[in-house]
Ligand binder design. Structure first.
Ligand code: SF4
Length: 469
């Protein structure tokens, strides 16, 4: 008894020590308020602020990150203390009419991006092959990036002060990787003893009017079934502050040696998940007036079940998270195809896509071919040898796999690819192979296209269509 109590005491002490170290790391983050760019004709430009100047204070206050900058400058009259490049200091008062001042900082966030403190059993970064660009391995978990770029955060590295600061600045919406609301299960999934507090933080956000979009990475026999049900009902209790919930299947590559054993979703388990979640969606629809939860396309494709109609996604609140991509593109395509002018064309192009999207894209290509005489479209499903495992989505197809699989096969001089395959200013694939290298190897011109039914038709036909305003 005494021994057990002593162990508990030391465990609690150790938790506190780790927590203090974490918070000290956050506190010690370096800030850099050097201005990188001033937009021509902006308020800052008119006030004589230049690239290379430093913004020192706003309305007499220090600021520590981009959120504080935005919060403090959201006033009609703003006083800026500037350290000029020549070392002099200027104090300028501007009227900003609640517009953006037109300043970009050398460090986008002003301080360093916060990294995650977790060891999730399903982490995709832990399953990457060695030798990729260093930036690919960075595990961010930063609420600022959630607000500014839509990244998902786990809320495991936030102090009470940081939570209060976000509430005070009304940072909303925040995208939260929930995975499970049962504290012990979440601690296990995230490999983090502090991960169990997530739901209470979310309750506090909800009480203070912060909106949240949530995501659940579903792992068969770990956080599905009754665990999933509990998570979804807990989140529904925070509606409307919990605005939407996506459920995505765990992504498994072939680089899982030494990692937690996780089963992939099968046709049967995908179908079971659809049935299970559809019942909950129906219940939410009756009680809340919204389905609230949406399954990613992979579940339907794996199960061989038709993708739901676009209206069931209720405005696609999780499209940026890849949920509802097919239904959204199909809806646009159905509308756009009516605007194709009846005339004979001469066009032969190829499209490369991930294995999972092949049937869908082939179906769209067939409809264009049927509609337009003289148009021929070859569609290629590129197998993901780079990541292996069950990875089949288009956004993770690499340039190397395209070259290896299409060299000597492709017959056209134009290759259309989904824009989601590209990184870093659109000119590089995930494996660091450049667009130019693929073009040279295959002797083609690559045309990236967004997940947009209108754009897809235009790129295929190489025509600007008149969609009637
Ligand atoms: S939060 Fe989890 S999944 Fe995300 S980067 Fe960190 S360890 Fe990986």
């Amino acid at each position: 008894m005494f021994f057990a109590k002593t162990l508990d005491y030391f465990a609690a002490m150790w938790d506190n020590v780790i927590w203090i170290i974490m918070q000290w790391g956050i506190y010690m983050r370096k800030t850099d308020t050097t201005i990188k760019y001033v937009e021509p004709d902006s308020i800052a430009f008119e006030a004589g602020i230049e690239a290379g100047d430093k913004l020192i204070k706003i309305n007499g206050h220090d600021f520590h990150d981009i959120l504080e900058y935005r919060y403090l400058t959201a006033e009609y009259e703003v006083t800026l203390e500037i350290l000029k490049k020549d070392g002099s200091t200027e104090v300028i008062t501007v009227e900003n009419d609640y517009e953006d001042l037109g300043i970009e900082f050398a460090e986008g966030l002003i301080d360093e991006a916060q990294s995650c403190h977790n060891k999730c059993i399903f982490c995709f970064i832990d399953q990457l092959p060695k030798g990729m660009r260093e930036t690919v391995y960075f595990k961010d978990d930063d609420t600022r990036l959630s607000f500014l770029q839509g990244n998902y955060v786990t809320l495991t590295n936030m102090s009470d002060e940081e939570i209060d600061r976000l509430i005070k600045m009304r940072v909303s919406p925040i995208n939260v990787s929930v995975h499970a609301t049962e504290p012990e299960l979440r601690q296990m999934l995230l490999g983090n003893r502090f991960a169990g507090k997530c739901y209470s933080i979310m309750q506090k956000f909800a009480e203070n009017g912060i909106c949240m979009n949530c995501q659940i990475v579903l792992c068969p026999e770990i956080n599905d079934g009754e665990h999933l049900k509990r998570t979804l009902y807990d989140l529904a209790a925070l509606y409307p502050n919990v605005n939407s919930v996506s459920v995505v299947p765990v992504g498994l590559t072939r680089y899982r040696e030494g990692l937690y054993q996780i089963k992939p979703f099968t046709k049967e388990s995908s179908a079971d998940t659809i049935e299970f979640v559809e019942k909950i969606q129906q219940d939410f629809l009756e009680r809340l007036g919204t389905r609230l939860v949406y399954l990613s396309d992979e579940f339907y494709i794996n199960a061989g079940v038709e993708i739901p109609q676009s209206d069931t996604y209720e405005g696609f609140p999780q499209l940026e998270n890849g949920v509802g991509l097919i239904a959204s593109m199909k809806e646009e395509f159905d509308s756009a195809i009516k605007f194709i002018k009846k005339k004979r064309r001469s066009r032969y192009v190829s499209v490369a896509t991930g294995e999972i999207s092949y049937d869908f894209i082939r179906g769209l290509a067939d409809r264009i071919q049927n509609e337009c005489g003289g148009v021929k479209i070859d569609v290629y499903a590129v197998k993901n040898d780079f990541f292996g495992g069950g990875v089949s989505v288009s956004g993770l197809v690499t340039g190397g796999d395209i070259i290896r699989q299409l060299k000597g096969i492709i017959k056209t001089d134009t290759l259309i690819i989904p824009h989601s395959m590209l990184r870093d200013n659109d000119n590089i694939f995930l494996d660091d192979v450049t667009v130019a290298e693929v073009e040279e190897a295959l002797n083609v011109t690559i045309i990236p296209t967004y997940n947009d039914g209108y754009e897809f038709i235009e790129k295929i036909l190489n025509e600007e269509l008149d969609f009637g305003g």
